[in-house]
Design a protein around this ligand. Sequence first.
Ligand SMILES: [Fe+2]
Ligand SMILES: [Fe+2]
Length: 482
Amino acid sequence: MSDIVNVDYSTRIPNNVNLTEDRQVLRALERWHPGYIDWWMTMGPAGFQEALVYLRTAVSVDPKGWAKFDYIKMPQYRWGILLAPQEEGRKIPSGRHYGEPAWQEVPGGYRAMLRRLVVIQGDTEPASVEQQRHLGKTAPSLYDMRNVFQVNVEEGRHLWAMVYILQKYFGRDGREEAEQLLQRRSGDADKPRMLGAFNEATPDWLSFHMFTFFTDRDGKMQLESLAQSGFDPLSRTCRFMLTEEAHHMFVGETGIGRTIQRTCEAMKEAGVDDPGDIIKVRDLGVIDLPTIQKKLNLHYSLSLDLFGSEVSTNAANAFNASLKGRFQETKIQDDHRLESSTYPVLKLVGGEIKRVDEPALTAINMRLRDDYTADCQRGLDRWNKIIDRTGVNFRFQLPHVAFHRQIGEFKDIKASPSGALVDDASWNKEKDKWLPSKGDGEFVQSLMRQVLEPGKFASWIAPPRVGIDNKPGDFEYVKLAA
Ligand SMILES: [Fe+2]
Ligand SMILES: [Fe+2]
C-alpha cells in the first residue's frame, strides 16, 4: 500500500509518507529540524512560546475529520509531512504531457524549473509567520489570538511540506535551498523574502485580516495551480495544504466581517447615518468603512502583484512543461494544451487600457488572477450583505486591476481605483483617499489593545457567531504562562 491516511506520530516527525523506511530523507529532515525550531523561537510569535494554545493538529489526511484539538505549547506543535492520498492511475491534467501518467520522480529536463516553483512557494510560508509575529500582543480577544497562532503553526507546516519535497527529490541542491528558507527574513534589507507582499509589515489586526483574506487567497490559487502538477508528490502535498489554507481565509473573511459588523452596529446605536463622517464614527471606537475600503485597496493590489506579469513566458513554460495547471484544470472543457487558443488580457495600448487577445499559454498568470478576482469578489459580496442587513448605506468595491501596481502592464502608470489614468500631481493629491494614510494607520493602531478576558472583545470587532471546535463564547482559547 502506497498511502497512509492516518498520520504516524511515533516518529519525531509525524508523517504519512512512511519516513521510517526512507532513512535518508528522515535523516535530512532530522538535521534540518533544530534549525527550524531555532527559527521558530526567534521569528515565531513573540512572547507566547510558553502559552498553552487550543490548536488543531492533523491526525489524518482524510478530508472528513482530519483534525484533533488540544492545548499545546507552540514549540511542541507536531509539525510533519502530510500528503493527500495517491490517486490511483492519476494522469497529467494539462500541458505538453497531457494524458501521460503522473510523474512519481522529477522529470530530468524540468528539474531547475520545478525546484524554483517549490522554493518560491516555500519562501512565502515562513515569511508570513515573520510578518505576524507581534500580533499576539494586541489580540482583540483570546479567540483571535488563538486564530493567528493556528495560522502561524500551519504556515510553519507548509514550510515543512516544501522542505520535504526539496530534500526528497532534489538531493544536495534541495538541502541547500531548505537551509536558505530558514535564512531569509521578511523585510530584511540584505536577505529579504522572495516576493514583495511578503516583505511588507503586518502592523495591526486589520492588516492581518486583510492579509489572510487577500494574500492567503493568492496562496490558495498558487497551491491550486501546483495541485494540478504532473509531478505527483507536489500535487499531493498541495492538495493537503489547501485543506489547511481554507481556515486561513476563514480567519480573514470573518475577521473583516466582524469588524464591519461592529462598525455598522455602533453607527446604528449612536444614530450616525453617514459612513463618511469619519470623526463621528471613529469616536465610537470602531473602524470607519472608508478606511476599511482603503486597506482593501492596498492589500488587493499588493496581492495582484504576486501573480506576476499578465503576459509571461515563465508561466507559459511551467504550464507547457505540465508542472502547473490552471485553477480547477480537470473541470475545464478544452484541449488542456492551449497551443492555439487565446485569452483576453487588459493592457496599456497607446496610453489607454484596452482588452487584447493574447496566446492563452502566455496569459496563464492572467487567467489564474481573474479566477482569484472572482473569488475575492464573492467575499466582498458577503461583506456587503453584512452592511445591508444593518441598513448602513455603503458598499465595498474591488479597485481596478491597474490601480497601485508594481508588477506587470500597469507598473509605470498611475490609475484611480476606478481605473482612470491620472498624472502624478493628481495621484499625490488623491492618494490618501485611495490608500491608507499615515493618520489612518495611527488611528487603527490606537485601537489595538490586547484583550485577555475569556469571551471579551476589543471595541472594534464583534464576537464570532460560533466558537472554534464549537466551544462556548467564554472558552479560554489561550492560557498564558503565569
Ligand atoms: Fe501556507
Ligand atoms: Fe495560509
